[in-house]
Write a protein that binds this ligand. Sequence first.
Ligand SMILES: Nc1nc2c(ncn2[C@@H]2O[C@H](COP(=O)(O)OP(=O)(O)OP(=O)(O)O)[C@@H](O)[C@H]2O)c(=O)[nH]1
Ligand SMILES: [Zn+2]
Length: 296
Amino acid sequence: MKMMVQGLILQGIGGFYSVETADRIYECRARGIFRKNGITPLAGDYVTISAEPDGTGAVEEIQPRRNFLLRPPVANLDQLVIVVSACDPSPNLLNTDREIAAAVDKGIEPVLVFSKTDLMPVEPLEKIYSAAGFRSFSVSCETGEGVERVERILPGKTTAFTGNSGVGKSTLLNSMFHDLNLQTGEISRKLGRGRHTTRKVQLLKLEDGGYVADTPGFSSITLEKSDRISKENLPFCFPEFAPYLNQCRFSSCSHTCEKGCAVLQATRDGKISKTRHESYVAMYQEMDGIREWDKK
Ligand SMILES: Nc1nc2c(ncn2[C@@H]2O[C@H](COP(=O)(O)OP(=O)(O)OP(=O)(O)O)[C@@H](O)[C@H]2O)c(=O)[nH]1
Ligand SMILES: [Zn+2]
């Protein structure tokens, strides 16, 4: 007999979804109606399924999403851990600020993790991002220092990790979870992490509650056209600008170069970090570029 049950999509591959419910995992298909509406169920979606006693089922309804990313495809994240290494590769602050802004725009809390502290001090980085109001941590997987503090932010939350290739995401995840080690090992064996292999996201359940999204093949989040930040929203994606946004001389101030701009003044006064403002300007100018490009 069919039952309607609530669950969470742990992963989707080729039109099949593993849905975790209170008592078991169901392997589900999705109803054709989603395709018709252009909606694809994602890992992280809360869904209603019609469940069969044999453990199969169909996704009938997707609960409204709090947020979602398209690349990697995952819904309802609480936090995005952005890993930046002290060196090898050296930090790219513009990319870091881009990912932070994308998370803020979607209502996902960005958390900074500075890695490889055994190779180089990360205090200057920590200073920039703590001053901007973000939670930030420093770790060395080589010495194990700081790993536990990162571990403690995960229970009860759904978290994805991002950061340039080589910053140490897998090393960090593996040093936090030995179970994960096995599972990620399995995934890479089965599907590989190369460019031409299937990319899928899998939510891994943590012992203390919460999930970590395993996102093979995605070293960083990529904004699609549909989830680009709008120019109007960009200043709000830099939360430390907030106290100054209403104090500029011109209400149309873009906070890039205007006279009487309170954001620029706060940057000159050292209240806003110079690199953060530079990233803002670079992103703002890019948006100008995109607009011109779209017109052609
Ligand atoms: N010295 C030092 N090396 C580290 C540390 N963490 C990771 N590494 C090394 O950095 C290299 C890259 O680490 P990975 O964990 O594969 O990096 P990743 O971010 O998962 O990279 P992608 O899978 O390409 O996205 C490896 O050689 C690690 O051994 C650290 O804390 N200190
Ligand atoms: Zn301004």
